[in-house]
Each structure stands twice: as structure tokens, then as C-alpha cells.
Ligand binder design. Structure first.
Ligand code: HEC
Ligand code: HEC
Length: 131
């Protein structure tokens, strides 16, 4: 009787442990957002970042510093590169123009259709003021 109970319990426990391996993992969220909404989905964040990349004609490492432990990878949360902070003020300026001058509501929502975006000025260049 006791033996049976132990066997049943271990089968149940084993099944629970096995199934938990198939459960979706907690999504890895951004940890250092100061301008974008904190609850932005990973998919929306990727879209915003791909937009920056295309608008400025650069790669991710233009704004993001290499990881200290593994220089082959970027540390996206790090603020070590000044370009990232410039990009933050550019984001605020861009959102402000859309809100104040184009009366677009909810400009921080990644789904909002903006009148002015990074590409409006940058057109594939990091320095739109240079020829
Ligand atoms: C023009 C500059 C720029 C480029 C290019 C850029 N990013 Fe970013 N990225 C930023 C800024 C600025 C933030 C922080 C936004 C904020 O504070 O709300 C950020 C934040 C992030 C974060 C969140 C990090 C955290 O933990 O807070 C990830 C992930 C990320 N970027 C990935 C990428 C990837 C992948 C690429 C290339 C496809 C890329 N970025 C290209 C400027 C850039
Ligand atoms: C109204 C026009 C305009 C808009 C919109 C704009 N930018 Fe800029 N941006 C500029 C100009 C002009 C410069 C060059 C300033 C300088 O060299 O001093 C610049 C410079 C930058 C730089 C610095 C490049 C460097 O190497 O120093 C970054 C990064 C940047 N912009 C990111 C962005 C991002 C990201 C967006 C969209 C969220 C954006 N910009 C939207 C006009 C704009």
C-alpha cells in the first residue's frame, strides 16, 4: 500500500516536472527603457529598433555597446555609447513634433502612425546635416 502510494506520487511528480519543461518561458523584457513604454512587447521593440537601423543606415552597434564579458555580443541595456543617449533625445523630439504639431495622440504607442519619423530627416544617413 505504501509502496503503491510512493510509486503513484513519483509518477505524478515526474509528469509535472516533464510538462513544466514544455511550458513557455517568461518573456525576456527590456530592463532599461526610459522613453519607450515599459510594457512594450519584444516584437514591437524589435520593430522600433529595425526602424532606427534602416532610418540611419547603421547597424545595431552604432548605438549599442559591446558586452563587457563577451565582446562578440552587444549589451543592449548598457548606456555606454553616447549615440544611444542622443537617440533617446531624438525620440523625444520626434514624439513631441508628432504630438504638438501634428496632433497625433498616443505617440508612445508603437502602433501609432506618426507623421514625422527618424527617416523623415535621416533618409538612411546617420548625419543628415552632412552632404
Ligand atoms: C539609433 C540608435 C539605435 C540603434 C541603431 C539601435 N538601437 Fe536599440 N535602443 C536604442 C535606444 C535609445 C534604446 C533605449 C530606448 C528607451 O530608453 O526607451 C534602445 C533599446 C534597445 C533594447 C532594450 C534594452 C534594455 O534592456 O532596455 C534592445 C533589446 C535593443 N535596443 C535592441 C536593438 C537591436 C537588436 C538593434 C539592431 C537591429 C538596435 N537595438 C538598434 C537605440 C538604438
Ligand atoms: C527633425 C529632423 C530629425 C529627426 C525627426 C530625427 N533626427 Fe536624428 N539627427 C538629426 C540631425 C540634423 C542630426 C545631426 C546633428 C549633429 O550632427 O549635431 C541628427 C543626429 C542623430 C544622431 C547622432 C549621430 C551621431 O553620430 O552623432 C542619432 C543617434 C540620431 N540622430 C538618431 C535619431 C533617431 C533614432 C530618430 C527617430 C526617433 C531621429 N534621429 C530623428 C535630425 C533628425
Amino acid at each position: 500500500m505504501r509502496y503503491k502510494t510512493i510509486v503513484t506520487l513519483s509518477v505524478v511528480l515526474g509528469t509535472v516536472i516533464m510538462l513544466s519543461g514544455f511550458m513557455p518561458r517568461e518573456e525576456k523584457r527590456a530592463s532599461n527603457l526610459k522613453v519607450l513604454p515599459k510594457n512594450i512587447s519584444n516584437e514591437e521593440l524589435d520593430k522600433v529598433m529595425d526602424g532606427f537601423k534602416a532610418a540611419l543606415g547603421v547597424k545595431c552597434n552604432f548605438c549599442h555597446a559591446a558586452s563587457a564579458d563577451d565582446p562578440k555580443h552587444l549589451d543592449f541595456a548598457s548606456d555606454a555609447k553616447p549615440e544611444k543617449e542622443i537617440a533617446r533625445s531624438m525620440m523625444k523630439m520626434t514624439y513631441r513634433i508628432n504630438k504638438k504639431d501634428f496632433h497625433i495622440k498616443d505617440v508612445y504607442n508603437p502602433k501609432a502612425v506618426l507623421a514625422v519619423n527618424c527617416i523623415t530627416c535621416h533618409r538612411g544617413q546617420a548625419h543628415p546635416d552632412e552632404k
